[in-house]
Design a binder for this molecule. Sequence first.
Ligand code: MG
Ligand code: ZN
Length: 223
Amino acid sequence: MKIAVKKSILSANDRVAGENRARLDAAGVLAVNLMASPGAGKTSVILATAERLPVEVRPGVIEGDLASRIDADRVAGRGIPVVQINTGGGCHLDAPMVRSALAQLPLDAMEVLFIENVGNLICPAEFDLGAHLAVVIASAPEGHDKPYKYPGMFARADAVVLNKADLLDVFAFDLDDFRRGVALVNRKAPIFVLSCRTADGLGVWMDWMLDRQRDAAARGEQR
Ligand code: MG
Ligand code: ZN
């Protein structure tokens, strides 16, 4: 019974996710769903990426949090269009939440949309939002065992970002063990080791993301 209910919730979600994706495709916008535990640096990755985008690639952001506008205010402070979703205790974003946020964003004046999911490595992976890319962000202080403990999240990732790489030594982070853990559940996702503080590694991540952005722009032009 429980399983049947969960299935129907997910299929209703997937229908709205499909509508979101169609809307983003029509606007030629690449949407990136960023998932991580609290404190991994999702907002920092978004800001560091956004400020290095070529001028013709204009960003927009959806911020998902249980409560507060702290992250949205950080983003708005950089002059980036942003909508804050407060889930009121909900531990993940779903497609209907993103649909209402999309209605408040200037999609025609954007080329890439960063969706910062609620800080949680479990259920956000189960809810398709209509984004084109699922990116999991881990960080050096969290330890190298995260892929082993949250395989579902890492299995669904199109890319993995390891943030706060300037602290790898401080936390005795075993990068090889982390890579092995990701490879156990996901052989395709590239792993980008970077630091928002020093900007090391940001360029490689951005090149990969911008390649996908060009594909999204081409989809928009075909319509
Ligand atoms: Mg944040
Ligand atoms: Zn949840």
